[in-house]
Every structure is written in C-alpha cells, then in structure tokens.
Design a protein around this ligand. Sequence first.
Ligand code: NAP
Length: 263
Amino acid sequence: MNEIILNAPKMFDLSGRVAFVTGAGSGIGQRIAIGLAQCGADVALLDCRSDDGLGQTLEYVVESGQKAISISADVTSSEAIAEAVKETEVKLGPLVLAVNAAGIANANPCEEMIEDQYQTLMDVNLKGVWISCQAEARAMIAHGKGGSIVNIASMSGVIVNRGLNQAHYNASKAGVIHMSKSMAMEWVDRGIRVNSISPGYTATPMNTRPEMLKQTKKFESQTPMKRMASVDEMVGPAVFLLSDAASFCTGVDLLVDGGFCCW
Ligand code: NAP
C-alpha cells in the first residue's frame, strides 16, 4: 500500500475560505450558510427578504466563531450582485466558495399562466443563478485562486412532479443543471469547479405553509424514504461539493431526494 498522506476529515475543512451564499435568509440557503461557517468559512449572506431572516443567519454564523456580513440585494440585478461580491472581497477577503440558493416557486396550469408569472420566475431561478455565477467567477478568475460554486437546482429539473402544474419552475431547474455543467466546462482550466445539488421535497417555508399541509403529506408518501428532507440534510452535500473532498468533481448534479428519482 502507498504511504497514506491524506487526512480525510481535513478534506472537508473550509477554514480560511470566504463563501458567498444567496438565499441565505431562509430555508436551504440559510442552513447551508451556517454549515459552511461551522466548517470554518467566513460567509457573506445575501437575500432580498424584508424580515429578519438574514439577521438570524448572521447571528448563527458569528456564534460559530466566523466572520460574516449580510447584504440585502436582488439576484436579478447584475449591478447589485457585482457590488455584493466586491463588498464581500473588501470585507472578508478573496471569494473562493459560492452557493446560489435564492429561488422562488409557484404553480399554474400552462394554458392559464400569464407571461409575467413565467418571466418573473425565470428571472429569479435561472437568470439570477447566471448573474450570480458570473459575478462569483469574475472574482475567482481575477484573483487567480480558483474556486468552487454550487447551484441549488431541484429534482424538478430531472422529473415532472406529479400533480404540480409548474412547467416554468421545472424548466428553470433543468436550466440550472445544464447551465452549471456548461459553466463547469467553460471554467475548468481556471481552477473553478461548478456543480449543482438537486433537492427532493424539503421542509422549508417554500412548502410548509399551512395551505400546503395536504400537499406535503402527498410529497412524503411519494418519496421512497416516506418523508421530506430536513434542511440539515442539504448541508453535507454542499460542504462535500465545495470542499477539497470533491476536488475531482465538476459538472456534477447531485440528487438529494430520498430516492425519489429511482422510481
Ligand atoms: P425559501 O425558504 O423560500 O428560501 C429562498 C430564499 O431566497 C428566500 O429567503 C427568498 O426570499 C430568497 N429569494 C427569492 N428571490 C430572491 C431574489 N430575487 N433575490 C434574492 N433572494 C431571493 O426556499 P427554499 O426551499 O430554501 O429554496 C431554496 C432553493 O432550493 C430554491 O432555489 C428552491 O427552488 C430550491 N429547492 C427547494 C426545494 C424544497 O422542497 N424546498 C426542493 C428543491 C429545490 P423571499 O422569501 O422574500 O422570497
């Protein structure tokens, strides 16, 4: 056997690295941002929420001993996101990790949906990820240290959810998966890895509203593991893909769906 030179737990250590997380004021983005801090990263937290979601995330990150800044901005504005990345680098240092989790969901039968509903969702879910990746990669290319980007797609980019009329959402997520692979190839020789995570049904404000109660029971029964994911279960996959443990992974879409897409 060759000499063992790897320290496996260290491969997941994010100490000394600066991360940028969109959608950090709620749900999956919030929990991943806290998880990155617990693994040693300093984190810039971005969201457009008007409540105190970002403030709560900031408190958790600071409690875990890491530096954090919070930025209120909209991922559909390329100027605002470029400015946010600039502020991150000035206050925390060179950006090497990014998670793009900001997103919205809604439903309507295709034949009834007005163009505005389609366009607004596409602007946030697909163009917003493009804008975010562009700003993050520009910073990574400029400082030359490379980096790792994870985009939050969805299993809805791979399957069509039974009973949900959301062709625009499904298309936006299929777009995120393929755009991530395409960016991974564009930036492979700049030392930037780009991967996506495709969560299955996850218990977040997006789908635990009281009016969704009946729906969530259905989601649970349709999932082979017979439950929804907790947001905690998105942290490990994100840390893995961002960390040196995934140094040979790029252009991967990691399904985290309790087995949903097997059936
Ligand atoms: P969430 O709790 O609603 O979190 C999404 C966050 O993104 C919210 O704080 C939201 O703010 C923010 N956001 C929305 N539009 C934005 C914009 N234009 N600029 C900046 N921030 C914006 O939902 P989640 O379930 O954690 O979703 C996170 C990601 O996972 C989304 O991309 C979603 O599509 C994906 N996903 C979720 C599930 C699931 O079952 N929950 C499954 C698969 C994939 P507001 O609340 O003010 O809109």
